[in-house]
Design a protein around this ligand. Sequence first.
Ligand code: SF4
Length: 217
Amino acid sequence: MAEARRRVGPKKERIRPVVERLAVEHADAAIALRFRSPLELLVSVMLSAQTTDVNVNRVTATLFEKYRRPEDYLAVPQAELERDIFATGFYRQKAKSLRGTMRLLLDEFDGAVPRRLEQLTRLPGVARKTANVVAAELGEPQGVVVDTHVRRLSQRLGFTKQEDPVKIERDLVRLVPRADWGRFPHLLIWHGRRVCDARRPRCEDCVLVDLCPSSRV
Ligand code: SF4
């Protein structure tokens, strides 16, 4: 679809009403992964690469009964861990990353999950997006998570013209009030799933219709 067609106000003036309306519309917007501790959160997010949250939850329901502490991931042969996470896909690489991460947690962080982005991104297999998700869920967002929905909606809403996730995040952290960094991606993700579909956005049912330059109605 063509982007940025309708005339709307400057993005700095639209960002607050966009966040407020989406917060009302998707009051239930939250991370779909199930976890009970920072360690389970970290493992879930690492496993969620290239697969669905539903799939990860199915695997972790039993995984987290067996692996409770960082040591547990190192106490079994790598092949056993690979089997236990097999259904999330890319299991060899994920098992390797998990073990490397647990090693570093034990060696440098007393077995606890760190909260700073620069610490999280030192963990093997933890890229900026994973680190951003974990930090935000731990209540200390230090950036804005950019996934496929956040990218598409930010572009449609005229909040960025960039394609590269790092550059999109740079635009969003300048625009989105810091207090909203944590919930903003969830709101866009849920709006993207429910209303602003990649192929068929339902502009006629959208609460942002007068604030969106890409609206088709
Ligand atoms: S569904 Fe809403 S946010 Fe998406 S393009 Fe249409 S008006 Fe814009």
